[in-house]
Design a protein around this ligand. Structure first.
Ligand code: PMP
Length: 290
């Protein structure tokens, strides 16, 4: 595997960054998780835009333009002769002193890893997932805005640990007001009749690229799409529920906190969105090989 670090490619064993990088010392940095399907990178521009928005929010000057970043992602896939892969793009604050002050960091580092996709087992997609709400609430947007895809993922990791400790794969996170925010690495949706709903970004959700794609597909199917505040009650009484994320794609949810959702199996709207989403990943994207 060839890994991109600051414009050069390194073998896996030589792909290293300094222990003085503030990305490691303080989680001071941002990242993206991107996927390529059939030789094309899905929604690359949207991911690069989100990376630059995260950078702006934390006042990190990415040492590359958007176009250069897109080119570097495609080039990393090409170097590794990949057609279907998961791409992790990381920008750290860079090497600094041991103190917290980011002013000591003179040069941000850009890392691009293109590797294998780790997804949930196949049967989970067929059967649907059983998930729970956990005590750890989503970060306050007035403290660390969940819209920033930062290297500080402890909020999500704590929630995931709580789910795992109770024997579950994924957790629903509420915000400080008790409204549904999202899961630890996916956005959440419910379906009632011809209406698709997902929490608003202000509830403490990441501006998910898959979320956006699914909302577009739903609108094309003639569904009404809304972003109201949702409570656990709304989830329990939904006809269908599913999660969206780059890695997981669309995962049906059939049980939440012990309550069976709808018919207790992946519903017709979810199934249709899964097939439309797969079709979209096959027919769109930024070509890796020209
Ligand atoms: N929420 C969180 C907290 C995430 O980490 C992710 C994965 N990037 C998502 C939602 C889904 O976003 P996307 O569809 O852009 O992968």
């Amino acid at each position: 595997m060839k890994i991109f670090i600051d414009g050069k490619y390194y073998d896996e064993k030589n792909a290293k960054i300094s222990v003085f990088d503030h990305g490691l010392l303080y989680g001071d940095g941002i990242f993206e998780g991107i996927r390529a399907y059939h030789g094309s990178v899905f929604r690359l521009k949207e991911h690069i835009d989100r990376l630059f928005y995260s950078a702006k929010a934390i006042m990190l000057a990415i040492p590359m333009s958007r176009a250069e970043m897109m080119k570097a992602v495609l080039d990393t896939c090409r170097r590794n002769k990949l057609r279907d892969c998961y791409i992790r793009l990381v920008v750290t604050r860079g090497v600094g002193t041991l103190g917290l002050n980011p002013r000591s960091c003179k040069a941000p580092s850009v890392i691009i890893i293109a590797g294998n996709i780790q997804i949930y087992p196949r049967e989970l997609y067929e059967r649907g997932m059983d998930i729970i709400t956990v005590p750890t609430t989503r970060n306050l947007h007035s403290a660390l805005n969940p819209a920033i895809k930062s290297l500080n993922y402890l909020n999500n990791i704590l929630a995931r640990i709580e789910a795992n400790n109770s024997g579950y794969e994924e957790a629903i996170m509420l915000n400080a007001e008790g409204f549904v925010a999202e899961c630890t690495v996916e956005n959440i949706f419910i379906v009632n009749g011809r209406k698709l709903m997902t929490p608003p970004l202000s509830a403490g959700a990441l501006y998910g690229v898959t979320r956006e794609a699914v909302m577009e597909l739903a609108a094309q199917m003639g569904l009404a799409v809304a972003e109201p505040n949702l409570t656990r009650y709304d989830l329990f009484n939904a006809e269908e529920c599913f999660l969206t994320g780059t890695g997981a794609e669309i995962v049906p949810v059939v049980k939440i906190d012990g309550r069976v959702i709808g018919a207790g199996k992946p519903g017709p709207v979810t199934k249709r969105l899964v097939s439309d989403y797969h079709a979209l990943t096959k027919t769109s994207g930024e070509p890796i090989y020209g």
